[in-house]
Design a protein around this ligand. Structure first.
Ligand SMILES: [Zn+2]
Length: 329
């Protein structure tokens, strides 16, 4: 028993222990490897994850903030949105700088030789002389003449304001000398009566057409002054459709009715009225000389054969080199 017991005991006491130890050891070894592998793997994954997280943070941060800009964290959003603005700001600013330059590129001023060539391609006053019965065909050139005249004599031709009871025929050039313009507006505004203007300011180009048509009995023109001699060129005259109903008001403001000889016509005779006949001619002569320095005309404001020839050849819609206020001639 003892022996058995001892044996058993020995077996029990002796023999089974190393077996158990070995078994446990082998079990532990068996466990350690996967556990170690698991631990190692998780550690590795953790490391990799942390590594990759570390690496991904900087590029991801702005991406996340962009998509979350509307509902992201306000604290993080503001600086990042600002940062985003800062990053993009130069691009936007560049676009803004480029865009306004596209429709209005700074075209270098043509030289007089180039201006000459450009003008030759355009229709001249002579070309449009028989194209109809409206002086609107020389509107472009007339606008340049008015602008040039205002450079030489500021306020010489002031534009008429739009008034509800006033209508203008198609070819009317709505300018008068400033005091005449103001007196005229005073007479018309506030009245319930309607007025139609058939003629107001005429530049030398417009007067030239009327005078030419009158001489050749074109367009039913029965009376037209020689270019340079019309009151309409001085910025003091108006022709209206209803002279009878406006006589009183206009007289009160300093206008004079021309009588039955020219029943539609009124002249401003107020104290500040200036005889500016010749100013539009001088303005045209300056414009011509700027564009044709090789064949200049005198800048005397007089109507003569040279100026007439220049006007016939001038582009109806305006010179390539337009008005210049700084030039002294
Ligand atoms: Zn008239």
């Amino acid at each position: 028993m003892v022996g058995t017991e001892a044996h058993c005991g020995a077996d029990v006491n002796f023999s089974p222990y190393p077996f158990l130890v070995r078994m446990v050891a082998s079990m532990l070894r068996g466990l350690i490897a996967p556990v170690a592998a698991l631990v190692g793997a998780s550690a590795l994954l953790g490391y990799l994850a942390s590594c990759s997280a570390d690496k991904q943070v900087p590029p991801e941060a702005p991406v996340a903030s962009k998509s979350q800009s509307a509902d992201g964290e306000p604290e993080a959003e503001s600086p990042e949105v600002d940062g985003e603005k800062d990053e993009k700001a130069p691009k936007v600013a560049k676009l803004e700088k480029i865009v306004p330059n596209i429709p209005t590129p700074e075209v270098p001023k043509p030289t007089p030789e180039q201006a000459n060539e450009i003008d030759r391609q355009k229709k001249s006053v002579e070309d449009v002389l028989d194209s109809g019965c409206s002086t609107a065909v020389v509107m472009g050139l007339s606008e340049q003449i008015v602008a040039e005249a205002n450079c030489m004599d500021p306020g010489a031709y002031a534009k008429l304001p739009e008034l509800p009871n006033l209508t203008l025929s198609k070819a009317v050039f709505p300018y008068m000398q400033e005091p005449a313009r103001d007196a005229f507006a005073k007479a018309v505004e506030g009245s319930k009566r309607k007025m139609k203007i058939n003629s107001m300011l005429r530049t030398v180009a417009q007067q030239y057409l009327l005078y030419d048509w009158y001489k050749r009995k074109r367009c039913g023109i029965k009376l037209a002054a020689k270019p340079g001699a019309s009151n309409h060129q001085s910025g003091l005259a108006i022709d209206i459709s209803e002279p009878g109903s406006w006589k009183k008001q206009l007289r009160r403001q300093g206008f004079r009715w021309m009588g039955k000889k020219d029943p539609w016509h009124f002249d401003y005779r107020g104290d500040e009225a200036k005889d500016r006949r010749g100013l539009d001619l001088k303005a045209f002569q300056r414009l011509w000389n700027r564009n044709h320095p090789d064949e200049p005309v005198g800048t005397d404001g007089d109507w003569g054969p040279d100026t007439e020839e220049a006007l016939r050849r001038a582009p109806a819609d305006g010179f390539a080199l337009g008005p210049q206020c700084e030039e002294k001639l």
